[in-house]
Design a protein around this ligand. Sequence first.
Ligand SMILES: [Zn+2]
Length: 158
Amino acid sequence: MSTTTAASEKPQEEKKGSGTYEAGCHCGYIKFSVTLSPPLPEYKVLNCNCSACAHLGYLLVYPKATEVVWHNNGRERCVNYRFNTKEKDQMFCPKCGASLGIDFRDCIKEHTYGISARTFYGIDLDELNYKKLDGKNVVKPAEDLSGHVWDEEKQELK
Ligand SMILES: [Zn+2]
């Protein structure tokens, strides 16, 4: 048995440790802190091309609800938007319109959030590690996840 760690095993070995980050909307009406394990520099942030991630600007991390601390009733201050299967809230600030993330409360057994890394204060998005997801093609229901497709000829949603 070897006690040394092969380079290829490192990603699994380094999942210990965590980091806590202050985050919020643009105007400051909604603020919260997020604890991530592994910490952000090692976290694989989801960069997905589905219609929701594209239009809402998400670069998602997935803390459990116990790892998100909302300040000043921040969660209640959010306005929510549901589309398609209408199982989850897309969360926004009602004052500045900032896109914050997704509340999976009603569709994942262990209450989890998808929080956009864009809400984190004082980080450099170019420094993060991204995991690309072709959500447009592999996440069901596929196509436009808003449940509608823009008909260019008829100039209407179908
Ligand atoms: Zn705001």
